[in-house]
Design a protein around this ligand. Structure first.
Ligand code: B12
Ligand code: SF4
Length: 474
């Protein structure tokens, strides 16, 4: 691939096609962080003799920066990070790569679950799993003129079907990963944006890969149910580097589930306290792991906000989702979070098969009882590869090109009730959240009365109309 006379190091251009201005969610949440996958890939490649550059389109308006960089850097490989939301743009970048004489390579969650689609749409190859070692080997192979077929962990297309190279085992020790190559992206841009919005310099960090739990709707195409974590010492080294190099004073732990092993977390918290970096933090965790005494410890070390997958206020639904959590644990955790003054962000899900109006009401009652500071109520998305998808695939509608915006907002399979009912239910949660916020101004009695009127209207007018159970003539 590379012309004679070029430097001996292979060249890889990494691209994040995500553009914040086009993310429908972005209007609500200002949560922008560079892709940790790409930063780690970049650092690992460098450590293994590959020249790396990156184009992160997060703050861009077009793909022109990619075309410009391909022309200047002349990479052997253009490696694109993929999410369903950015699929169309990723495909456009594959064309730019091939036009520029580079191998077009896709990796990341969407290419892992739709490998064939990416290959058919113009990518030469896909890394559907962990990327560091596979991409390093591929870069050296391509640079020396061979084709991906010999490289473990790489998929490509041959005679119209996907051929997967030999399987590649996961990295055994995550401590071997170098610190992310933050210099590849516009860290001052990200940090400045956070600072303007919150007064804090926020960055993301990952301490583990994978998740051993088995929620039936969760898609985990890259790491499956495996779980590996870095040592607390390695995590501290990364926190220190972020603090010293970039003045970061707030971190988001981006693990699928933070602190799965209590002894590990206790060790990390002790070290964070000793290190005294003065950093606040937030994380996503499960209610069964967040014991009240642990929350108190975490609060003392700087925990500000926790994302919790509450999902439903009905135990029957939690069981159907194979969530492995109990309502009593949700209640205990929500109470402890309130007591400790830690912000709680609840993830709730509507429309999962088996859910009745009574189950939705139970979720609303739970929400009303605890009034989390932040929340998101999505409509269950049957992602291919999950048990949920298998259950509803007969009626599932494929995620369209705007899947990122549809996912979670639109009913993508034949659910128990019509689409309009779920839209209405989402509005009920919005009203409930607004009432919760207005409680201090309106007082408990007034909020209670409005809530009761809304409930009566829902039960006697809206629900029958929206589900089609309205008496004739109504
Ligand atoms: C942390 C996180 C976030 C954070 C930070 C995002 C970021 N910039 O990294 C926040 C909250 C901001 C976020 C936002 C969004 N996220 Co998010 N997020 C995650 C989460 C929990 C971890 C991501 C991560 O760092 N993983 C660890 C790294 C090491 O893994 P990785 O990125 O997959 O990369 C490895 C391999 O995939 C591969 N690889 C990746 N890219 C490439 C490229 C090449 C060329 C190669 C060879 C290999 C390769 O190698 C990497 C290293 O081994 C994942 C779930 C998950 N476990 O992956 C969801 C996840 C990635 N997010 C998802 C979504 C949908 C979003 C949003 C689109 C939501 C929205 N706003 O609508 C946005 C998009 C924002 C963006 N910038 O892209 C989905 C994507 C699903 C899909 N098929 O598209 C996931 C999988 C969650 C899920 N199950 O639904 N997210
Ligand atoms: S939803 Fe969370 S806890 Fe459940 S399997 Fe997925 S990552 Fe693990």
């Amino acid at each position: 691939m590379s012309p004679p006379g070029r430097s001996t190091a292979p060249r890889v251009l990494l691209v994040d096609p995500y553009m914040a201005r086009e993310d429908p969610m972005e209007r609500k949440f200002i949560e922008l962080y560079p892709s940790l996958g790409l930063l780690t890939l970049g650092a690992y490649l460098r450590e293994h003799g590959v020249a790396v550059e990156a184009v992160d389109l997060t703050f861009s308006r077009s793909t022109q920066p990619v075309a410009d960089r391909i022309a200047r850097f002349k990479p052997d490989i253009v490696g694109v990070h993929t999410k369903t939301l950015t699929r169309e743009r990723a495909i456009k970048i594959a064309t730019l790569a091939r036009t520029g004489g580079a191998l077009a390579l896709a990796g990341g969650p969407d290419a892992a679950s739709a490998t064939y689609g990416y290959l058919e749409a113009g990518f030469d190859a896909v890394v559907p799993g962990e990327g560091e070692a596979a991409l390093t080997d591929l870069a050296h192979a391509v640079h020396s003129g061979s084709w991906p077929e010999k490289v473990a962990g790489v998929a490509y297309r041959e005679h119209g079907r996907v051929v997967r190279g030999p399987p590649r085992p996961f990295l055994r020790d995550l401590d071997e990963l170098p610190l992310p190559a933050w210099d590849l992206v516009d860290m001052p841009g990200y940090l400045g944006r956070w600072e303007r919005a919150t007064g804090e310099r926020r960055a993301a960090i990952l301490t583990s890969r994978g998740c051993p739990f088995d929620c039936s709707w969760c898609s985990k195409p890259t790491f499956g149910r495996t779980f590996r974590q870095q040592s607390p010492a390695r995590v501290i080294a990364e926190l220190r580097a972020l603090h010293e190099r970039y003045g970061v004073n707030y971190v988001r732990f981006c693990d699928d589930v933070f602190g799965i092993h209590r002894s590990w977390l206790d060790d990390l918290l002790t070290r964070m306290k000793e290190e005294d970096l003065g950093m606040k933090f937030e994380c996503l965790a499960r209610v069964d792991l967040l014991k009240p005494d642990l929350l108190a410890r975490m609060r003392a070390v700087g925990l500000e906000r926790v994302y919790v997958g509450v999902e439903s206020g009905s135990q029957k639904m939690l069981d159907l989702m194979n969530r492995g959590t109990k309502l009593a644990q949700v209640e205990r955790t929500a109470e402890a979070l309130r007591r400790e003054g830690i912000r709680q962000f609840w993830f709730l899900m509507l429309g999962y098969p088996g859910e009745t109006l009574e189950d939705i009401d139970a979720t609303l009652r739970l929400f009303r009882r605890f009034s989390p500071e932040e929340y998101s109520v999505s409509i269950a998305v049957p992602v291919p590869g999950t048990r949920f998808f298998e259950q509803v695939k007969g009626s599932a509608r494929a995620l369209g090109p705007h899947a990122g915006s549809e996912g979670g907002r639109t009913l993508l399979f034949d659910g128990m009730y019509p689409q309009r009912l779920y839209r209405w239910e989402q509005r009920r949660f919005r009203l409930e959240a607004a009432l919760g916020r207005a409680r201090s101004k309106l007082g408990d009695r007034m909020v209670g009365r409005i809530g009761k009127i809304a409930d009566r209207f829902h039960k006697s007018v809206a629900a029958p109309l929206l589900t089609g159970d309205a008496p004739k003539g109504s």
